[in-house]
Design a protein around this ligand. Structure first.
Ligand SMILES: C[S@@+](CC[C@H](N)C(=O)[O-])C[C@H]1O[C@@H](n2cnc3c(N)ncnc32)[C@H](O)[C@@H]1O
Length: 279
């Protein structure tokens, strides 16, 4: 089939505007088949090889089933960096970029080294970007999932082999004796009740990355504050992404740990989703 015929099949089958269909088709052409999308305009009768045609049609089927484009092309841009992603990790979200920006802005004039740990690092997007953008941040990435750690290691090798990577289970009695100046985390925070409200494509993301334990939506925040009580240096800081639906409970939980200061921030959708806690 020609490059234009296949484009028209995308337009026919996807329930989206032509502009959105064309965007997706061009990404598939470029990132999966290594065909320059400019050919659609310059050489519309260009015949796509059979193996690429199969790949393009197979991709279309997946997209019709809400399979995320980012998984299809195995990458997601986060803070200007193309992270490798697959179904073993959460696809990095734009609101998480805001958390990263907050940390970078606060540490713009940092002199001396700050030891940072990214708990629940998934693809490694938070910690790796911090380490790339601020040379004074000495970053450790950690996660419980071996498969997520493999993805994280791949990104570490691509972007900054200097960051450390450890397996750390927030649910087990921790035997980790390093101390840090800054903890950052975007832990699993969806409650099971929210499962029906979230988008269709989320069903392809790992459950372990999405959901807090049943009836305990703040479970991981409690574990993070417990970790901080032994592993955060005096005057340390914690930056977290939180569930905007549980702010009151979050405040209650936090009061048990006697913080010195707490600042909430809204994300770009106007939801209170980011918090900085000073101890
Ligand atoms: C919401 S994802 C965040 C991924 C990444 N930081 C991001 O912002 O895109 C949460 C991560 O927590 C990890 N996780 C789940 N349970 C954990 C546990 N008990 N201890 C440590 N990490 C855990 C999951 O494997 C997953 O990678």
């Amino acid at each position: 089939m020609s490059i234009l015929e296949l484009r028209n099949i995308y337009r026919d089958r996807l329930n989206l505007s032509n502009q959105e269909c064309d965007y997706i088709y061009k990404v598939v052409l470029k990132d999966l088949c290594f065909i320059d999308p400019i050919k659609i305009a310059l050489d519309p009768n260009f015949i796509i090889r059979k193996d690429s045609e199969n790949l393009i049609l197979d991709s279309l089927k997946k997209i019709c089933n809400n399979y995320p484009l980012d998984y299809l092309i195995s990458k997601k841009n986060f803070y200007g960096y193309d992270f490798f992603v697959n179904e073993d990790v959460l696809i990095p979200r734009p609101e998480t970029e805001e958390l990263v920006k907050w940390i970078l802005d606060d540490n713009n004039n940092l002199t001396g080294t700050k030891k940072v740990i990214d708990l629940c690092s998934g693809s490694g997007c938070i910690g790796i970007v911090i380490s790339k953008e601020n040379n004074n941040m000495d970053v450790t990435l950690s996660d419980v999932s071996d498969k997520a750690l493999e993805v994280c290691n791949r990104n570490k090798i691509i972007f900054n082999p200097g960051v450390k990577l450890i397996k750390l289970d927030l649910n087990s009695k921790l035997q980790h004796h390093e101390k840090y100046d800054l903890i950052v985390s975007n832990p699993p925070y969806l409650s099971r009740d929210e499962a029906n409200e979230i988008g269709e494509n989320v069903k392809y993301e790992p459950e372990i990355a999405l959901f807090a334990p049943r009836n305990k939506p703040l479970h991981f925040y409690e574990k993070i504050f417990e970790f901080a009580s032994t592993n955060l240096n005096k005057n340390g800081e914690i930056y977290l992404e939180i569930n905007p639906n549980f702010i009151k409970d979050f405040r209650q939980l936090l009061s048990r740990f006697n913080p010195n200061d707490v600042n909430f921030r809204e994300d770009f959708r106007g939801k209170k989703r980011l918090v900085k806690v000073l101890f």
